[in-house]
Design a protein around this ligand. Sequence first.
Ligand SMILES: [Zn+2]
Length: 341
Amino acid sequence: MLDTTRIDTTIERGVDFIYRLGQKQKCFASYGTFLVCCFALLAATSRNPRLRSLGRNRAKEFLQRWTLLHPSLPADASSDLLFEFILIHYARRRLRLRDAVGRTALKRAARNFSASDLLGFDPVKEPPPNDLSYRCDCTFQNPRGRKVCKRCNCRLRIRSRYKVWMEALANTYVAETSGILFGARYADVLKWMPAMRPYPTGEDNEEVLRDAIYAVTHVVYTLNDYGTYRLSPRWLPREFAFLKANVKSACSRNDPEILGELLDSLQAFGLTVTHPLIEHGTKYLLAAQNDDGSWGDMSEGNIRTRCHTTWTAIDGLRAYSWRGERLSRPALKSGWSTSRN
Ligand SMILES: [Zn+2]
C-alpha cells in the first residue's frame, strides 16, 4: 500500500522547489510563463484542496509579476512572445480570472504569421516533417532542410517529427481554447496520428523514443484539456499500449521527467494507484526525489529542464479531480477513429 500522506508531503516539497526557483529573476525571465501555467493547472485539476489553494495563490502571485514584465503585447512581438501571451490567457481562464490582454489583440497578432512561421510546417498540406532543426547555439533559426548553420557553420541538431508534432499539438490546442488560430487548426495537426504510428520501441534511438512519448502524452493532454477529463482506452488503444509499455524502462533509465508524464496520462486513461504500473512508477518517484525537493539531475545547468522535470514528477504523483470521461471537444473523435492503420 502506498502512503498517501507521504505522497502529499513529497508533492508539496516539489511545489516549493519550483516556487523558490521561480522567484529567481533568471528563472522567471526564461520560464515564468510556464510556471504560471504549472500552478494554474495545479489549482484547476488537483483533487487535494490544499494543493488547489496553494496552486492558486502561487499562480496569482507569478501572474502579477508576469504582467509587470509584459503589460501589453508589443506590435512587433515575436512568435515566441505571442505564444507566451496565449499561454497566460489559457492560465487565466483556468483560474477563472478576467483577461488582461484581450484575445482580439492576440488573434490579430497571430494573423501576422504563417503556419510555417509558427509550427515549422503546414499541417493542412503535410505530416510533421523530419527536416527541421533546433535553433542554433548562435541563436539563428535556420530554414528547413539545413544540416549546417547558415550563419556560423555549426552542425545543427535536427528535431524529430515527433517533437515537431508534439509542439504543434500543444500550441494549436492552447490557442484554440481562446479562439485563436495559431497557424493551423488543432484538428489538422491531430489528424496525422495514423501517420505517426507505429511508435518507436526501446531498440530505437532514445531521443526519438522520448520525443514520441512526449507526443503521445500531449495527444492525451490536448484531448483531456490538461488533466481535466478522463479518456477511454478504447478511443486510443495503440497510444494507451505505447504509454504502458514505457513505464518500467523510464524507471530503469532514471528518467523521472518522462515517467511523470506517463503516469498522469495513464491515470487519465483510468489506471489508479492500485494498478501495478502506477504503483511501480509512484514508488520510483517517491524514492527519486532530491534533497532540495526537485527531481532529475541536480547538476543540470538548464533551468527550464530543472523546472519541467520537477513539474512532471509532481503531476505524475498527484491525484486529479476528473470531470467525467469525455474529450476536450467531442467533435474531434471523428478525426482519427475511422483510421485503421
Ligand atoms: Zn549558428
